[in-house]
Ligand binder design. Structure first.
Ligand code: PLP
Length: 266
């Protein structure tokens, strides 16, 4: 009998094209040597050109999947991604508060808002629930700059702005904020900021001009959750996750007629 790998649960939406969402999460987890499990929140009809349809699952189906995993198998880290609606954000926040808060299981919240193609993955009416219900459950919240603007109103144009963004996100209660500056217009580096309000870690990686970056955010959050499930500290989990995603972006490949995925298995 071989040793059991660490257990990681993703609560997220499906991407039929296999580049983002649940599919990206499970591929990342496999690549990083943890056992991935999934609670599906929504199904998207999606390819390299964009999201062509999205259907959220009933609240009961989300609850039942979560309970099935947690009550029998257990989890050592949870990652949340696309939650689609206010009802599902509240449902997932309740489930997380009821289990992970009591047991100290780390939670990585990727507050997914809009896809790279501009397709909405979260109803505007759900933003308040993300701020007041979901973010407080997070060990690490991983917004990109668009999500920062949506959630806090802070428009980031430089590294000082990233610091302000982190403060605004931390005010909603996550223990750490990882602000992803990949969308900053300037600079030859992809710069992210991880902070808990006292410790500050700037992560810099060369920016690749590869446009096949579909699913980057999903891979990063899943990699952080995988590291935390292995027992790494938050800064070390984020450092290793950034290195993994930088390699996955460098190896991203063309698929279909639009934007291809990062290579989770690089
Ligand atoms: N589809 C799903 C189900 C997602 O969860 C996400 C991002 O979290 C996306 C699509 C968007 O991916 P990207 O913006 O990297 O294209």
């Amino acid at each position: 009998m071989t040793a059991r790998p660490p257990l990681v649960l993703t609560v997220a939406g499906s991407d039929s094209g296999g580049g983002a969402g649940i599919q990206a999460d499970l591929k990342t987890m496999l690549a990083l040597g943890v056992h991935g499990m999934s609670v599906l929140t929504a199904v998207t009809a999606q390819n390299s050109r964009g999201v062509h349809g999205a259907w959220e699952l009933p609240e009961d189906a989300v609850r039942a999947q979560y309970r099935a995993v947690v009550d029998d198998i257990g989890v050592q880290a949870v990652k949340t991604g696309m939650l689609a609606s206010a009802v599902l954000v509240e449902t997932v926040a309740d489930l997380l508060a009821g289990t992970t808060a009591a047991t100290g299981v780390p939670v990585v919240v990727d507050p997914v808002g809009v896809s790279k193609h501009g397709d909405p993955l979260l109803a505007a009416s759900a933003l308040d629930a993300v701020r007041t219900r979901l973010l407080p459950t997070a060990t690490v919240a991983t917004p990109n700059l668009d999500e920062v603007a949506q959630l806090t109103g802070v428009v980031v144009e430089d590294e000082d702005g990233m610091r302000r963004a982190a403060g605004a996100i931390l005010a909603y209660g996550p223990r750490w904020a990882l602000i992803k500056g990949g969308h900053l217009p300037s600079g030859e580096e992809a710069v992210d900021l991880l902070t808990d309000g006292s410790e500050e870690l700037w992560l810099r990686a060369p920016r690749h001009d590869n446009r096949h970056t579909h699913g980057t955010g999903c891979a990063l959050a899943s990699a952080v959750a995988s590291g935390l499930a292995k027992g790494l500290t938050v800064p070390e989990a984020v450092r290793q996750a950034k290195a993994y995603v930088t390699g996955a972006i460098a190896a991203g490949f063309a698929l279909g007629g639009g934007i291809g995925p990062v290579d989770h298995a690089w």
